[in-house]
Design a protein around this ligand. Structure first.
Ligand SMILES: Nc1nc2c(ncn2[C@@H]2O[C@H](COP(=O)(O)OP(=O)(O)OP(=O)(O)O)[C@@H](O)[C@H]2O)c(=O)[nH]1
Ligand SMILES: [Mg+2]
Length: 329
């Protein structure tokens, strides 16, 4: 730290770190700026604070436009077919992954703690969109109080580790840190029993930077350690290799399916699938189209995997990914 900053500065910085809304962050940064002695030695720091305040003000404006009120950092409104929190230790390549998979341009830099706030962006997968949320790093030094909540609300977490050095240690640190906040990362998700405050979050472990020389051996060690409990995959976000597999695995882990609808005598609408959870029935499809459809539904016809070519099925018939449904009211 340059320029002998007074203790009040660090107190304000602590408030910034612990802020749970964008507005509180702006307030704390303004305080830091006001407290800071103004001379040559602090020029860079002053400029950095001003830049961060301006960026946050833009984010607040953006959120207000979307109809949001207070900009809770731990709550990202869900969009698309599923919400995936991209989490991990500093510098693992979380932002590089989001950059490679979406149209967003989060900052990617060779030093840790580049990302400071969550940022959502859409990842196209075939004919649907999956929401990725880039997040600041998890570490045992700086704890962001709002981050566990964001992860607990997501449909899936992708734990990104750097295959270049000790990915086992990185993954274990993140798992332990989350466990301390009663957030249990695991391979299968599941519901908490309601008795304990623990929330189970389904998680994939993603080894990034598999272009590095030590990556393959480290990946094997990572798989030996966590492969029983988690799905593990590897890719290079920078070289854009292995990313198709990443998309497919994310889609599968979300446990969602797509159903298309058709009206009698017409061609199916293959543009806009309805996205439902695995295990959904014809009745669930009807309900997701219109509330009244569910009560009026008599039966459906279904086209899908080889088994079905327009057969009539009951309301409780389970649908599969890719099925085409004709509802009869
Ligand atoms: N060799 C290699 N480097 C990568 C890869 N992906 C990212 N990097 C580099 O790793 C560094 C960190 O990338 P970021 O995307 O900023 O990492 P992050 O996890 O978002 O970091 P924080 O926001 O600080 O937590 C950058 O220098 C990237 O260029 C990769 O696939 N291979
Ligand atoms: Mg980042």
């Amino acid at each position: 730290m340059p320029a002998n900053l007074p203790p009040q500065y660090f107190a304000a910085e602590q408030r910034w770190r612990e802020a749970s809304t964008l507005e509180e962050q702006i307030e704390a940064l303004r305080e830091m700026l006001a407290i800071m002695p103004k001379h040559k030695g602090t020029d860079k720091l002053q400029a950095d604070l001003k830049r961060r305040i301006a960026k946050l003000q833009r984010e607040v404006k953006e959120q207000r436009k979307k109809g949001g009120h207070r900009s809770q950092l731990g709550y990202v409104p869900k969009e698309g077919a599923g919400q995936v929190a991209v989490i991990g230790p500093p510098n693992a390549g979380k932002s590089a992954l989001v950059r490679a998979m979406t149209h967003a341009h989060p900052d990617v830099a060779p030093y840790p703690f580049t990302t400071q706030n969550p940022a959502a962006a859409m990842m196209p997968y075939e004919d649907i969109q999956i929401q990725l949320v880039d997040t600041p790093p998890i570490s045992d030094q700086y704890k962001l109080p709002w981050l566990p909540n964001l992860i607990r609300l997501a449909d899936l977490a992708v734990l990104v580790v750097d295959l270049g050095h000790d990915p086992i240690g990185q993954a274990q640190m993140v798992i332990d840190e989350m466990e301390e906040t009663s957030t249990h990362l695991n391979g299968s998700g599941g519901k908490s029993n309601g008795q304990e405050p623990i929330v189970l979050v389904k998680t994939i472990i993603a080894g990034n930077k598999d272009d590095l020389p030590q990556a393959l051996e480290n990946f094997h060690q990572l798989s030996d350690k966590f492969g029983q409990d988690f799905q593990i995959l590897s890719f290079s976000a920078q070289k854009r290799e292995g990313l198709e597999n990443f998309k497919t695995k994310v889609f599968q882990a979300l446990e969602i399916l797509r159903v298309y609808t058709k009206e009698p005598g017409k061609k199916p609408d293959l543009e806009q699938p309805y996205v439902l959870k695995h295990g959904s029935t014809v009745l669930d499809v009807a309900a997701s189209i219109h509330r009244d459809f569910a009560s009026q539904l008599r039966y459906a016809r279904i086209w899908g995997s080889e088994k079905y070519q327009g057969q009539s099925v009951q309301k409780n018939h389970r649908v599969e990914d890719g099925d085409i449904i004709e509802l009869h009211l």
